[in-house]
Ligand binder design. Structure first.
Ligand code: NOJ
Length: 516
């Protein structure tokens, strides 16, 4: 039987900003439940929820205070379970965000570990054995906290200073205070994380997007022990929750897939060249036609081969950590972006609001968002109060909203047949109708030259082949093409055609063509 990921298209929900059902200015579970039909109508059949656990929200929930309790501002555990059930009854799946690398400083485990007297949680975090010995500066440790707590030692942080690093051990132990990966304390941390996973999986959650998945074991230069750790987690899941899906924020699919992850995210930082396509001075998908997709394609294909052509690399339209894509491209250009996202292998992710081209706002930091805050503003549903996001007074909203006269709005785009919203809906439908366009259909690039257009690739599965030609630039372009045209499945702009071994692609047009 086909795995549900094969035909899935994810919709990422930043719960704070999606839909507020109780008028407190912050989104919640009931708000999400009320919009499931909307998400399905758009063409997405799976959800990724950013962390929705109890938290002081110093990093928007990526600072967990209790892995097994929903944040009261979103609702109760029962309501989150209801959300899983409601999604399942519509044939949709829901993954939560697992943050295994660190907790909040408010987590009871951390509070115990800070005490001067040794206790059960002393080994849960990475502490030196003396305040004068700094844990910072060791491989995999982002920084340290010193002098804040009664315990005589310094403690490692994994990201921000309010995120102490959980202790999964060191691959290469070089200091007396470092635990081995198979030490009792490191294995207890691992077990605690498995327990948290089991807690939600047994309530109907379908899996996890795993935050900083490659960061758990410290001083692990080739990730050998981190991969082993995830293999052990996968073994546990295979025994108890075999259907549980794991998707990693890692950016090295060869490693994460070896660790048992189903898919890995293409990251906007590091070596992926993702930004060359959508977010740089001259994005490839801009109609000015000055972009370059070749480094992206080269890196993508290297990773693709490293994963034995499994292609399980997720490409997002954006996420809560990046500037909104609309900052760089207008809604017409974005249609082409979705022709790309919906025809690539792996699983596409649509970030809430990107389906209408919500803008990136310039805002002061909210909940540790800093310059990411502008991509986290409340959803713009309709022409009503607060764009239908919430009944609260405007000053109580999670952040301010786009005040522009032409701010994109869901209800308006749904009413306009040629809107970005409808283009995405159409593309999602076409993707699902054609197995070669879905997650594991193979890909081969037919034309991709430095600083040149078009971008052409072939997707294939079970003997059927679809040629995808994308020309975001304003000029008509041509390239050699060894295939015979059978049927045009999708056109954006003017129609492309294959003639005498050449593919002609009009300016600002895209085509999916069944070929022989
Ligand atoms: C990646 C998350 O996407 C980001 O929002 C968060 O701040 C860091 N990991 C730390 O958890």
């Amino acid at each position: 039987m086909k795995h549900w990921l094969e035909e899935s298209i994810f919709y990422e929900i930043y719960p704070q900003s999606f839909c507020d059902s109780n008028g407190d200015g912050i989104g919640d579970f009931q708000g999400i439940i009320g919009k499931l039909d909307y998400i399905k109508d758009l063409g997405c059949n799976a959800l990724w929820l950013n962390p929705c656990y109890l938290s002081p929200f110093g990093d928007a929930g990526y600072d967990v205070q209790d892995y097994c309790q929903a944040a009261p501002r979103y609702g109760t555990n029962e309501e989150l379970t209801q959300l899983f059930d409601e999604a399942h009854s519509r044939g949709m799946h829901v993954i939560l965000d697992l943050v295994p690398g660190h907790t909040s400083t408010e987590h009871p485990w951390f509070k115990e570990s800070c005490k001067a007297e040794p206790n059960q949680y002393w080994g849960r975090y990475i502490w030196s054995d003396n305040i004068w010995v700094d844990v910072a500066g060791h491989a995999g440790i982002a920084g340290s906290l010193r002098g804040l707590y009664p315990r005589n030692g310094s403690v490692a942080v994994n990201f921000f200073s309010n995120q102490p690093a959980l202790n999964y051990g060191f691959a290469n132990v070089t200091q007396p205070w470092q635990s081995a990966v198979d030490s009792a304390e490191a294995l207890e941390t691992r077990q605690a994380m498995k327990d948290a996973m089991a807690f939600w999986l047994s309530r109907g959650c379908d899996g996890f997007r795993v935050d900083m998945a490659g960061s758990l074991v410290k001083n692990d230069p080739d990730s050998v022990e981190t991969i082993r750790l995830w293999q052990d987690v996968r073994d546990f899941l295979d025994q108890s929750f075999p259907d549980a899906v794991l998707i990693s924020e890692w950016g090295e699919p060869d490693k994460s897939l070896m660790g048992g992850f189903h898919m890995d995210f293409l990251l906007h930082f590091g070596p992926s060249h993702y930004m060359d396509l959508f977010r740089c001075e001259h994005p490839y998908f801009s109609r000015e036609g000055k972009g370059d997709a070749s480094s992206f394609v080269e890196t993508y294909m290297r990773n693709y081969r490293l994963t034995n052509n499994r292609g399980m690399i997720c490409i997002p339209s954006g996420n809560h950590d990046m500037e909104r894509i609309r900052k760089y491209l207008d809604c017409e250009e974005l249609k082409m972006v979705y022709a790309f996202l919906m025809s690539m292998p792996g699983v596409p992710f649509v970030y809430y609001g990107d389906e209408i081209g919500m803008r990136h706002l310039s805002l002061f930091s909210v909940e540790g968002g800093y310059d990411r805050t502008g991509a986290r503003t409340p959803m713009q549903w309709d022409d009503g109060k607060n764009y239908g996001f919430s009944d609260a007074p405007a000053e109580k909203l999670y952040t301010v909203q786009d005040g522009a006269e032409d701010a994109p709005i869901v209800s308006r785009q749904m009413a306009e047949p040629d809107s970005l919203w409808h283009e995405i809906q159409k593309l999602a439908g076409i993707r699902r109708e054609h197995p070669s366009l879905c997650a594991s259909g193979e890909i081969e690039f037919v034309y991709c030259q430095p600083e040149k257009y078009p971008l052409v690739y072939l997707r294939s599965a079970g003997g059927s082949r679809i040629l995808v030609a994308l020309n975001p630039s304003g000029q008509e372009v041509s390239c050699p093409c060894p295939y015979e045209q059978r049927e045009v499945l999708y056109t954006l702009g003017k129609e492309a055609g294959i003639e005498d071994g050449m593919l002609h692609v009009p300016g600002e047009s895209a085509a999916f063509v069944a070929v022989e």
